[in-house]
Design a protein around this ligand. Structure first.
Ligand code: 4UV
Length: 541
């Protein structure tokens, strides 16, 4: 059975992202172009719509003219959220380049993986990341002159935007010589249903569709009169769509936070009369429970869109007791260009649902043998539609595993369509992925890292849900070699080893268990479900 969207079909124009946001559209033909759209929450610096468009088109011309880049080249962007992120991204897209955005907190090895596997030929970053990124670029063979710095910041050998921006040329919209359906705009990184992080090819059409259909049917969605607070990372699909691309199309304001800080968040809500925020469950919990929040006037917030991990009934209820804002819960993936099901949770009689399918999207719910299931039955969600990725870069095996007959994309998530409320619910995850505060943690990556140690013979990493933080925590089951002794010291040593090699959000916060063996199938495949059940039973005991 194919589930179709209950919303009317939306006509999505066949254009690239830049022409979509800078060419005439229902918002920029009505609202003045001297409106400030982008504000730095720390410094107060700002850019109007007209300035964003001007920088995008002249810096866009400069990437070709002054930086020697050419159409289709991949440019990596590693930086904390910047108020001029929107103009940077749109300048690179105007030059018909492909952007691979990544986590600025990565370690050297993680940067290396994304830069080399994406085939990036240039990089945009901030001065603080230069020590590690220059080293990585040297190893990969990217010259220092191909490392560019946000804004006017100058560091020997690297080039600031002001040395690139064209003084004589500007790119004109609509762009010519681009195929919105085929051409990749962003190469975001996600581990998908299995393995390590892979480049997800998302086309111009994927994003134009996401902005159109994601905002179209929901009368509570962001509009020109909204002021959003941007603390979710702009490199992640949720932030990229909801805080960069959707607002510039709809001409709504975004106040950028470079790093998450609860007190600053509250101050900025009060100061700028913030109306919207995209959040993840641990932030929902802080807003619901932390005493700091009561010191500030948060009444301007009218809409909180939560996603990236499950939010349960109690969490929703406690947030609603404190905030008058309407809370929506969305479900999405990097591979589907962000959200694909979205719901005004409080308006739903069934609190906890992720709502209805986006317009133009179809869904199937299947059992382990790919047989279709119907209403009120739990099964893996498969999706098809204009927001589904083109595929993983240079990875035919992963593409074969992810796409099944008819172009349906597997999600690795278990869901149910509730016939009474007509809403979807996410009930489980069968893929390996662990979500720590909305960030992806790929067990395969941590397992490969642990196995580089001589004292570890075998291991398995799974997630353990921690109610008090509203997040999963990675737990490692470890089989030591005969010469090693399972002890607190050994666990500390392994923790430190992991911490040296991966970003903070991948630390083994759920602990390390020393075991005699890892449950495996006769073919040697880790039986993750059994390992997860051990963790669950321990928690219930
Ligand atoms: O690839 P990714 O890191 O992508 C995301 C995207 C999140 C959203 C959510 C709502 C939106 O409206 C939006 O624009 C973007 O997190 O991780 C994808 C996996 O995260 C889990 C699920 O396992 C996905 O496959 N996940 C995401 N949202 C939910 C969720 C949710 N609401 N409930 C449960 N799990």
């Amino acid at each position: 059975m194919v589930f179709v969207s209950p919303h009317a079909k939306v006509d999505v124009p066949n254009v690239d992202i830049c022409s979509f946001v800078f060419g005439p559209n229902p918002y920029n033909t009505v609202y003045p172009h001297d409106r400030v759209l982008s504000v730095d929450g720390n410094t107060g610096q700002s850019m109007t719509y007209a300035q964003i468009k001007d920088v995008s088109s002249r810096l866009g011309a400069g990437w070709i003219e002054n930086a020697g880049l050419k159409q289709g080249d991949v440019v990596a962007v590693f930086a904390p959220n910047q108020y001029n992120h929107t103009s940077l991204f749109l300048s690179l897209l105007s030059a018909k380049l492909v952007i691979t955005p990544g986590n600025p907190a990565y370690t050297e090895g993680e940067f290396h993986h994304q830069i080399s596997s994406s085939g990036a030929v240039a990089l945009v970053t901030v001065p603080g990341l230069l020590p590690v990124l220059v080293k990585v670029c040297e190893k990969i063979g990217i010259p220092k002159s191909r490392i560019f710095l946000f804004g006017d910041q100058e560091v020997a050998g690297c080039r600031p935007f002001k040395s690139i921006i064209s003084t004589s040329k500007a790119i004109e919209y609509p762009l010519k010589g681009i195929n919105p359906i085929e051409d990749t705009a962003f190469l975001c990184y996600s581990s998908g249903t299995t393995g390590v992080a892979k480049g997800v090819m998302l086309t111009h059409q994927n994003f134009v569709s996401q902005v159109m259909i994601g905002g179209h049917f929901d009368e509570m969605g962001a509009g020109p009169d909204d002021i959003a607070l941007g603390f979710l990372p702009y490199y992640h699909i949720f932030g990229l769509c909801s805080l960069i691309l959707s607002p510039i199309y709809k001409m709504s304001v975004v106040v950028t936070m470079t790093a998450f800080d609860l007190e600053l968040l509250c101050q900025l809500v009060e100061k700028h009369r913030i109306t919207l925020a995209a959040i993840v469950p641990p932030i929902a919990l802080l807003l619901a429970k932390h005493p700091i929040v009561t010191k500030y006037d948060m009444t301007s917030l009218r809409l909180l869109g939560c996603g990236a991990a499950p939010l349960n009934r109690e969490q929703i209820a406690s947030l609603s007791r404190r905030m008058p804002a309407v809370l929506t819960q969305g479900y999405g993936m990097t591979e589907t260009t962000s959200g694909k099901i979205n719901r005004l949770t409080l308006y739903s009689w069934e609190i906890g649902s992720v709502g209805t399918l986006f317009p133009n999207c179809e869904c199937r719910i299947v059992d382990e043998n790919m047989n279709d299931l119907g209403d009120d039955q739990d099964g893996e969600l498969l999706f098809r539609g204009p927001i589904v990725m083109k595929g993983y870069l240079n990875n035919p095996k992963a593409n074969e595993e992810t796409f099944v007959d008819g172009g349906w994309m597997r999600t690795g998530d278990v869901g149910r369509f509730d016939s009474k409320s007509k809403d979807f619910f996410i009930v489980d995850r069968i893929k390996e992925l662990i979500k720590y505060k909305g960030f992806q943690v790929a067990p395969a990556e941590l397992e490969a890292l642990l196995l580089t140690r001589e004292d570890i013979l075998d291991c398995c990493v799974v997630g353990k849900y921690d109610e008090s933080q509203a997040t999963e925590l990675p737990v490692a089951f470890v089989v030591l070699d005969a010469a090693s002794v399972a002890s607190d010291e050994k666990a500390k040593e392994i923790h430190a080893y992991v911490a040296e090699n991966v970003t903070n959000h991948k630390y083994l916060r759920g602990g390390i268990r020393f075991v005699a063996q890892i449950p495996k199938s006769p073919t040697g495949k880790i039986l993750r479900r059994e390992v997860k059940d051990i963790v669950k039973k321990e928690q219930e005991a």
